[in-house]
Unconditional design. Structure first.
Length: 249
């Protein structure tokens, strides 16, 4: 009975995977035929039936770029970058899409050490750094087991000294995994998706505009009240925007 159940489950997974592959081929074909709105709809349909995918977000970013919709192009390239920060194609196209946007924000200078740490942690996602830590733990454990089982003193010294760098890399990987997890889970960002947005001084329709931002700009979400988000720009400016004017990454 258990074997039959396992066969049924495996068959269902195989059919589901095959269906996803077929839908992806259709979406890619629509993109190749320059039917970009139809391609976007097809990619969204795939995301609606499966987990997030950096490659699909990347394809959606390309589709919106071809349509000249810079806000949504930046949004989906950012989503792809969040899942796979080490991918050079994603990084390149994200920068290209941002170059088409109107706002050029002067970033508040950061300490060198902070910039260096951020660049290192951004090489992989939290899951990627977790995998790195697991690999280091396996190598370290293998060397330790070899040390314990070996009866040759020269070999034991070699294994002991060889294990030290992997222990340091393991500790480093765990630390970066934790730091990256905090960045991904505790900091929430959004992209402006309409041409022009007036940022208010207060979360009220009648409040005066503090400043104006444009389609494609990335903002940090600091708070939320009813239909409003409190946003923080990289140059230090703060204000309130309607939630319908931005989309979370």
């Amino acid at each position: 009975m258990k074997k039959l159940f396992l066969v049924i489950v495996l068959a269902a997974i195989s059919v589901f995977a095959s269906e996803i592959d077929t839908k992806l081929q259709v979406a890619n074909s629509l993109y190749q035929m320059k039917k970009y709105p139809e391609a976007v709809a097809a990619y969204k349909a795939i995301l609606g039936t499966s987990n997030e995918s950096a490659s699909i977000y990347y394809n959606m970013g390309n589709s919106y770029f071809k349509m000249g919709k810079w806000g949504y192009s930046v949004l989906y390239f950012e989503k792809a970058h969040k899942l796979n920060p080490g991918d050079e194609d994603i990084r390149h196209n994200l920068l290209l899409a941002k170059s088409r946007t109107a706002d050029k924000i002067d970033v508040v200078p950061q300490l060198f050490l902070y910039r260096w740490a951020d660049s290192i942690s951004s090489m992989y996602s939290a899951d990627g750094w977790m995998k790195f830590s697991i690999y280091m733990s396996f190598i370290f454990a293998g060397l330790v087991i070899g040390f314990l089982l070996s009866k040759n003193m020269t070999a034991k010294r070699y294994l002991l000294f060889s294990s030290a760098p992997f222990l340091l890399l393991l500790v480093f990987g765990i630390f970066i995994t934790y730091a990256r997890y905090n960045v991904e889970k505790q900091r929430e960002y959004a992209i402006v998706t309409i041409p022009v947005v007036g940022v208010k001084n207060a979360p009220e329709e009648g409040s005066k505009d503090a400043f104006v931002i444009h389609e494609g700009l990335k903002v940090k979400i600091e708070d939320g009240v009813d239909k409003w988000y409190k946003v923080h720009l990289e140059d230090g400016k703060v204000g309130w925007v309607l939630k319908t004017n931005v989309e979370l990454i």
